[in-house]
Design a protein around this ligand. Sequence first.
Ligand code: ADP
Ligand code: ZN
Length: 535
Amino acid sequence: MKEKNVDFAAHPVDVNWGAFLLNFLGNFGVPLVLLGSLLLAFPRTPSGPNLPFGLGRSKAKFQMEPNTGITFDDVAGVDEAKQDFEEIVEFLKTPEKFSALGAKIPKGVLLTGPPGTGKTLLAKAIAGEAGVPFFSLSGSEFIEMFVGVGASRVRDLFNKAKANSPCLVFIDEIDAVGRIRGTGLGGGNDEREQTLNQILTEMDGFAGNTGVLVIAATNRPEILDAALVRPGRFDRQVSVGLPDIRGREEILKVYSKTKKLDKEVSLSVIAMRTPGFSGADLANLMNEAAILAGRRGQEKITPKEIDDSIDRIAAGMEGTKMIDGKSKAIVAYHEVGHAVCATLTEGHDPVQKVTLIPRGQARGLTWFLPGEDPTLVSKQQLFARIVGGLGGRAAEDVIFGEPEITTGAAGDLQQITQIARQMVTMFGMSEIGPWALTDPATMQSDVVLRMLARSSMSEKLAKEIDQCVKKIIDNAYQIAKNHVRNNREAIDKLVDVLLDKETLTGDEFRAILSEYTHQPLKTEDRVRIKDLISV
Ligand code: ADP
Ligand code: ZN
């Protein structure tokens, strides 16, 4: 950019190390300073330079937008949430109408849902529809190195808001301050608690009808302090989930309005192929496709650009192709191993394509098309995923011999171990029986909390869990190895073709495989393509 005289500035990405370290320091004191700096020495996030202890961070305060200019029409695919909010818009528009009747206006609404599903956008739309100012601040920005800063920021924010009422205050990532008090790595954390207490005090403080509505967003409602969700505070919860197929189509409509699409492009097909994509992913998808079409010198976006962009968003950037040689052959066998083991195991999703073109971290990829309802998965389907996931390693093992197995299976092993563990501890799909052996609140949170949960479990039970997990995986591995042994001829042929063509479509793959196997591959009832996931 310097070369071309482009005006630019560089800012470090604002990762919340401050709060992170505070958590540690507050509870364990000095010994962990060492650990903390060790952690910092191994950058885990691909971000710019971070200064520890929140030093050098901008004193970012809240932002105010007098008019967001966003309406409900800009938010697609979340009709239920929108309905909930229409009432709230009324409150904000004409508070008198409700107070005259003696109705208390709700003070707080908690928006829950995964990142990128449009929570911020929805909050802005409420302000936009009601024509009131929009104040926003992220929970993690409250927390600074020094005790008391967060609380005074909360006071500032609410003073400003009250002076501008009616208005809407949006607190993103409320879990950063609103986590259950007294947990978080063993003890309390003064700064966080003070900030939380200040929010609670402010919310209690405004008499029923000041016209300040607080909307908070989180993707982890289960870890919030009970005091936050009590009546009179964030007593309304609206959840915004990942969009379903119809929702995705609606969102795609919003983002294709400004784009030039070839008439071959069908938004409903894109929607079918993108389960698990959030609104933000879909917006990104359309943009990537437009950029790609531009780079290819086209006037319109064709299905090819959309396909490539889906691959890119789901699996990362395309890498340079491997040169022919032993590692390319190993990767080919590994991927064909996945595809064959998955296809021959009842209940597995069909192969969409097998490719040797590297993407992201992966040197080759096997893509699958998830079935009808990806949210309701049977034991057989989970087990089939484990067999398919082990197919890569099984092929390396059977074909090249145990000493030659590679590190390439690390990602697969992580995935299948997690599935097996969840089968045992969450879904009651093992000999232990229908027990929930994990507490959802501790599921994804701190490592230490998980360790504590585990240590509160009887040693015998913990051991049984491990045994069951191991047994599931051992079984699946035997099955996978058998699939490879029994289909050696087909696999050799498939690898030949794959090395030659680099990519095999699902149909090409099944055509070759069926020449060698008598097992019906059942493509017909699997044609209702839903999407790609990769192993
Ligand atoms: P969240 O706050 O839930 O993490 P955001 O509201 O910040 O998500 O969404 C990020 C971006 O993704 C939005 O600015 C918008 O461009 C797009 N987006 C997400 N969900 C939707 C949706 N339902 N309709 C339209 N656009 C959406
Ligand atoms: Zn693999």
